[in-house]
Design a protein around this ligand. Sequence first.
Ligand code: RNT
Ligand code: ZN
Length: 417
Amino acid sequence: MSVKENYELAKKQYEKWGIDVDSVLEKLKQVPISMHCWQGDDVTGFEVNQRELSGGIDVTGNYPGKATTPEQLRSDLEKAFSLIPGKHRVNLHAIYAETDGVAVERDELEPKHFEKWVNWAKEHGLGLDFNPTLFSHEKAADGLTLSHPDEEIRNFWIEHCKVSRKIGEYFGKELGTPSLTNVWIPDGYKDIPSDRFTPRQRLKDSLDKIFTEEIDEKYNLDAVESKVFGIGSESYVVGSHEFYLGYALKNDKICLLDTGHYHPTETVSNKISSMLLYSDKLALHVSRPVRWDSDHVVILDDELREIALEIVRNDALDKVIIGLDFFDASINRVAAWTIGTRNMIKALLYAMLTPNEHLKQLQEEENFTERLALFEEFKTYPFGAIWDYYCEKMGVPVKESWLEEVKKYEQEVLLKR
Ligand code: RNT
Ligand code: ZN
């Protein structure tokens, strides 16, 4: 049976529940996922003075073929996008600037250092997002940046964040879609602090300075990302969830929730509805926490589906900005992107093929038996047949056939590096 025939049969089963599958696929096409560039080179970047990765994050593995030039990284991204259905975005970090061999300090970065990225994005119809890089740098060697007791160091990072917002604005202007410029800092302490207040006060003050200049939201959106702990900041993180939640609400900024940045039994899926009651927008770094690590490749697990369900059932596809954040150097990096991004899209499709209104009604009627029964039965509905057809229709490989393409690319390109 062809993919199309399978689809037609599967479609009928969803239509019985009043789900218009064709329009679901049309809607899914419109949802952009911001794919993080840093999976392709293990968060190395292209600075002239390349520093070792720091900031309490780590990449493990030595799989061959990592990108070491902007051209290689862009070519790898193109390969991944050719295997992922839909039109998406690329999330850059300041360390991916291209400065023609001249060392440019991070507080002096300018839009022109990202011109090649912008031209490339235009050529491929991609949006761009941005992040200042407040780690892997001698001025962040003690693990403190925007909350540093030394004013000079703080100012350096404040400047870096300011120029980053201008780069975001430039992306937005050039590409006709606002850039999400997200501030994440590693600041924290390994051991029990004697003062939790002062560093947070300094961080608040630094953020106020960074955001003084108004930038049109048509071009740039500001986000702030919290964390629960990192390597070397096990006891205290300055930019905690409460810190940024308060800051974002008070200052009309966007909270970015990284799914790997909470306690093991705390879920981002359970936060989305609360956050949306108080702010119009919310951003995500979809990742997968495993023990101490927050950055494994995203798989189609219960929490991913639950996140997608929360976005879809609350009609929040325009409110929740979806980005990915993982880095695995133990497997083929193009495959890592492809697996994680396809899974995010699959989860959204799964959520759209769920009779959400009916399930909500059941809950209102306190019919918890049927609610649970339907949740479980829908897990074995022919979701795969719809997904396969979507891939075919969007001109990307169906099922695992994408892996052949990656293997070929590995032989012809990656292993020759
Ligand atoms: C780190 C944060 C942050 C980084 C990227 C590279 O814990 O999740 O988002 O992963 O900025
Ligand atoms: Zn993150």
